[in-house]
Design a protein around this ligand. Structure first.
Ligand code: GUN
Ligand code: FE
Length: 422
């Protein structure tokens, strides 16, 4: 693997609250990892290939911990509905089409290209209940060297007949998915019970046994809407909270647990997630579109609950997770305005951390540009107006608010430059 040096302005999250900025600096890449960042290039590196980006801004590639690859083609459709109607009227019929491999290949190839285009190189993805289509997405992501978790979805109750498995078949196909895909590199399988209302207790118990047998993590939706919370507790009367269903069935012990939305956590949900070291996922667009709630992100981060970011296509309407950075700040202001007690504003630095380092934490050394991290990075340009300069933080902020993929002029995974498919 070739080693090289990038010159430009460099920015990454050091902590939840703090951005590290190295202006006019040199980042040395060795064997695909960041060797170090220097104001003046040390003599021993001076013979290396130099990629000079001038005032280009070098940042970590984005991490999106909640995306339904299977909902890509319905983004921006049915957005005037709330969760259950949106699922029944649009999402379930659309997901049923993944029984066809022609349909699945067409959609999943577009998803992979779009993630690369938008600079999301680390992602946790839902597919559908269908094994073959899920297998296809797994390999499509792996072929591009992306870092990902892929979950075949489980649904054995409260689902339309055309998108419902028996408990036995759901467990059998899930075990096959784990057995066939584990240990294959940068993409890993993950257990994906859709959400508690569509998964019976015997299914949850069986998935817990698979988690132990295959040392596997979990992704699901948790406390996403008030209607969902109420229904879940009616369906699982022996449990005191949504998170307890996953805890008591052994789903939080063997890998990362990733909980999308986490808008209405009870004290028990908070305690369980903190104890298990789970990661929650803020999906501001989806929250606005279909679930009618705002994650209390500032309050949660003060309680030391880790928060990553998700575009949640197709609840969210766009794959660019950097737009969610802006939306997280905007929504936190609305939340504080309408419910000042206990809430506060999320800063740009915190939201950027969610979409980079926090999301990257469920993978191996991605999401930052500190020494020892993989050089999974983007180079941004074209964010200043003629005659007006902006600081690196301001350029990153402008990108998240109003930029698009045309501002991404360089993409690297493991130190290799990515060329987008035509
Ligand atoms: N809850 C159950 N299924 C879904 C889904 O597909 N998207 C979202 N946002 N929430 C869900
Ligand atoms: Fe979702």
């Amino acid at each position: 693997m070739s080693d090289f040096v990038c010159h430009g302005d460099i920015m990454y999250s050091e902590t939840v609250e703090k951005l590290k900025v190295c202006e006019d600096s040199y980042l040395v890449v060795q064997d695909g990892f960041v060797e170090g960042i220097y104001e003046t290039l040390p003599e021993k590196f001076q013979g290396m290939e130099l990629k000079d980006y001038g005032r280009g801004l070098i940042i970590p590639a984005f991490s999106d911990l909640h995306i339904h690859a299977s909902q890509f083609v319905q983004r921006g459709v049915g957005m005037d509905k709330l969760l259950f109607d949106w699922l029944n009227d649009y999402t379930f019929p659309q997901e049923a089409r993944f029984a066809s491999m022609d349909y699945a290949k067409n959609v999943y190839d577009q998803v992979v290209t779009e993630l690369l285009r938008q600079g999301t190189f680390h992602a946790s993805l839902f597919t559908t209940i269908h094994y073959d289509a899920s297998d296809y997405l797994f390999h499509a992501l792996a072929d591009k060297g992306m870092y990902a978790y892929v979950g075949k979805v489980n649904m054995d109750m409260n689902s339309p007949e055309y998108l419902c498995e028996t408990t036995e078949e759901s467990l059998k196909q899930t075990e096959r998915f784990l057995a066939e895909h584990q240990g294959k590199g940068t993409v890993q399988p993950i257990l994906t019970p859709r959400f508690a209302p569509t998964c019976s207790e015997p299914l949850m118990k069986g998935l817990g046994e698979l988690a132990a047998k295959y040392h596997c993590g979990l992704q699901t939706h948790l406390v996403e809407s008030l209607a969902e919370v109420k229904w879940t507790l009616e369906l699982f009367p022996g449990y005191g909270s949504d998170a307890e269903i996953y805890e008591r069935n052994g789903l939080l012990e063997h890998g990362p647990s990733i909980f999308a939305h986490y808008i209405f956590p009870s004290q028990a949900d908070l305690d369980i997630v903190r104890k298990a070291g789970s990661v929650t996922v803020h999906c501001p667009d989806a929250t606005t579109n279909i679930t009618a709630g705002i994650m209390p992100a500032k309050a949660l981060s003060e309680k030391e609950i880790p928060i990553a970011m998700g575009c949640d296509i197709g609840g969210g309407q766009h794959a660019a997770v950097y737009r969610q950075v802006a939306r997280a700040v905007q929504l936190s202001k609305l939340k504080e305005f309408y419910e000042p007690e206990g809430n506060g504003r999320v800063t740009f630095a915190q939201a950027f951390h969610m979409a980079t380092k926090a999301g990257g934490s469920v993978f191996d050394r991605v999401g930052s540009l500190e020494k020892g991290y993989r050089f999974n990075a983007l180079v941004l340009d074209g964010l200043e107006d003629a005659g007006f300069t902006l600081s690196p933080e301001e350029r990153a902020e402008r990108f998240c608010y109003g930029g698009d993929d045309r501002n991404i002029i360089g993409r690297f995974i493991d130190g290799k430059e990515i060329v987008l498919p035509e």
